[in-house]
Design a binder for this molecule. Sequence first.
Ligand SMILES: [Mg+2]
Length: 165
Amino acid sequence: MFIIDFDDTLFDTHAFKKILPDLEKDLYKESDKVKNLLFSDAVSFLEFLKQTNQPLILLSLGENNFQKTKINITGVDKFFDSVHITADSKELALSVILNDFKNEEDVWFINDKIEETKQVMAGFPQLKPILKISPRFTEDEYRLSLIPYFSTLTQIQQYVQEQIK
Ligand SMILES: [Mg+2]
């Protein structure tokens, strides 16, 4: 099973905030621009994961309506078996998700935030984390996390492909 973050993992949130500073208003007005802020390899990455026949879960932190609208504009929701949006912490949502999928052998957790991923790992040590580099942190910080990290989703795809064969 794959549990995947949205902001700065599948979607270029960094650019989104720069191009569309009035987030709430621009989200509805500029849906074409928002659509184009998915990382260019996001769809092929999700198609690859879909082909593994494992459940795909989107887990996003933020305000429910805003996140849902943003996710739906990009159209990636169709790849996921379920979409979880949580306003407080990912841990609570994860315990719900893991309870729904008790028999999954490997649970991959793909995220960009280092500390959040470490916290989640402390609560759920069975997870297999992968970090996607976001401009929010330096590469040194990723290296020091000792968690596998990559700059692109294509590289993550190659890594997963190696690991699951
Ligand atoms: Mg993120």
